[in-house]
Design a protein around this ligand. Sequence first.
Ligand SMILES: [Zn+2]
Ligand SMILES: [Zn+2]
Length: 392
Amino acid sequence: MSNESLIIDDDDRYSRLRLIAWWHQEKLANAKVLVVGAGALGNEVLKNLALLGIGNVYVVDFDEIEQSNLTRSVLFRQRDCGRPKAEAAAETIRDINPDTTITPMMANVVTDVGLGLFRDVDVVIGCLDNREARLWVNRQCWKVNTPWIDGGIQEINGVVKVFAPPDSACYECAMTENDYRLINLRYSCPLLRQEDLLAGKVPTAPTISSIIAGMQVQEALKLIHGMPVESGVACVFNGVTNQFYKTSFQRREDCLSHETYPAPIELPLSCSESTATDLFAAVRESLDVEDAMTLSLDRDLVVDVRCAKCDTQARIMKPLQVVGTDEAKCPECGETAKPTLTHSIASDSALASETLASLGVPPYDIVRVETSAGEQVVLLGGDAEQPMTNDK
Ligand SMILES: [Zn+2]
Ligand SMILES: [Zn+2]
């Protein structure tokens, strides 16, 4: 036995981990990690984060547990069927390690999670099954300079990709024409989402989710420790032949994802209580300017739909991403109705008196306001105590 065995404190849960030369358990205890998706990969990622003693974990998922999830989800039990995945996962995580504070968010990552949370965390881990959500997570991470680790699995094969803003190649840099085509297909005529095209029925074995999630969390572990991590690179594992290779993505300078925001000003505004007019007033006060302003919406807002046949109009006031085909139909005659979309709210617009939440802005979001003095970036600090999600 070496001398080291003498200094192990057996009452310390992390004593064996601390023996790794470069390990800093305190860095893990102080770390904040956002996990997007609580499916097969998400379960394994969350399990690893809890075993490591990561101090703060947020998990976003709006699905409920089905029987077929039980073969690939270490955190779910038979009795959990029908419960929200995020909630059941959080419960097991607290049991695995009480040192990990986990916040479940029964939410859609695109429409319900504020950019402030993406800014506050050290790393985002993507456990997603569709391109649209990955593209969204990628753009959010770039805006606030937070690295993210994407994982993908199919049958017994998988891939891990690390993206580190602002300089590495990003998820969108690696997207092909076909990827864009498949995303646009979901917004085909009349622009609204077609539920039938929803992704997510890819067959996977629990063994590959362990392997890929293990790699994702190991990369996160290195990032949290400030160790070098290769970014803009895909690690591809072929589970049939056990071949493992890396491929680098080419950074595209014209890529639409590469926008990084300046540090936001934090104002005591809340998405559910403050209107766009309140926002403009607060920005005027903080900048000491008197002029017209425009709020740029990150999510296209469907204001209403109008029927071309009978001219019936129905108010929607929801982000495009969550308007279903049912709502896109005329309530009178059932004909497909035409949506009115907006992506900005001017201070003299009738919509300026709406709350930010009804304009599709989630809690603790970071919003952009156009002023004569340039663009101002604002964090909705009034939501800081509850930086979670729109109530579901
Ligand atoms: Zn890019
Ligand atoms: Zn009609």
